[in-house]
Write a protein that binds this ligand. Structure first.
Ligand code: NI
Length: 253
């Protein structure tokens, strides 16, 4: 069975066929999915999907790109949703200096606050780090109890080693199948087999040969194939390892 540890089925891109797509993915062997919210509204939608389907779990949080939606009321709503029994993580949270490099301090303050929330609730974090590698690593390592996954990991192999040493997991997505994937593949090579999780980031980041189309969890097979190739493992073994890793990371029995 395949575990898609990061897919935004709450996204408007699935408005026309959300339930059909989820059910088709499940029928095709995707046994577990985590849907991370990006603001109060999408976090509520992720929880709704998790209540509807036993194979869907939710994460809740405020994404740096959605900082303008952040106020006391929306933060209180996220904190409340975080207590839901099917909320398995705080995310997607982090830093995005590609999106907005002019509010770094505000982004860091919101990220810190959500790291503290995860620690308080003893849940893992799903970290978004885009062109903010140094600050993202410094912030999470400032909290020794913080744990979780760097989603669609895009940092260096050196930074990966630091995170791995501290127990973090790394998420691998469609971009490892791209022609220019050199850096991500170097990281995959050094990443121990018990710390790799697989993600689609649906509806984004479709792997080759589906690049440019809307992504969904069924396309994880291309990511699994690439990991098998790099690690020299049969596909069933990649599927089994990443399934176990995802369940351990999110505390799913
Ligand atoms: Ni995402």
């Amino acid at each position: 069975m395949i575990f898609d540890t990061h897919a935004h089925y709450d996204s408007g891109a699935f408005n026309a066929d959300r339930y059909e797509t989820l059910e088709a993915a499940h029928a095709a062997g995707v046994g577990l999915i985590v849907d991370p919210g990006c603001d109060a509204r999408s976090s509520q939608m992720a929880i709704d999907l998790a209540e509807r389907y036993p194979f869907v779990y939710a994460a809740v949080g405020i994404h740096p790109e959605d900082m303008d939606q952040y106020d006391l009321e929306s933060y209180a709503a996220v904190c409340e949703l975080a207590q839901h029994p099917k909320c398995v993580a705080i995310g997607e949270v982090g830093l995005d200096y590609y999106w907005d490099a002019s509010h770094k301090e505000e982004q860091k303050a919101l990220f810190s606050r959500q790291i503290e929330l995860a620690i308080e609730l003893d849940k893992p974090l799903i970290v978004h780090d885009r062109e903010a590698h140094q600050d993202s690593m410094e912030l999470v390592l400032r909290y020794p109890e913080a744990r979780g996954v760097f989603h669609c990991y895009s940092g260096s192999a050196e930074m990966a080693k630091e995170l791995l040493k501290r127990g973090w997991y790394l998420g691998f997505d469609g971009p490892i199948t791209y022609k220019n994937a050199r850096k991500a593949l170097e990281v995959l090579e050094i990443c121990p087999l018990d710390r790799i999780v697989i993600e689609t980031d649906s509806p984004y980041l479709s792997p080759v040969p589906m690049r440019g189309k809307r992504n969904d969890s069924r396309n994880l097979r291309y990511v699994i194939e690439k990991i098998g190739e790099v690690k020299g493992l049969p596909l069933e073994e990649v599927e089994r390892l990443t399934w176990e890793n995802g369940k351990r990371l999110f505390g799913i029995e």
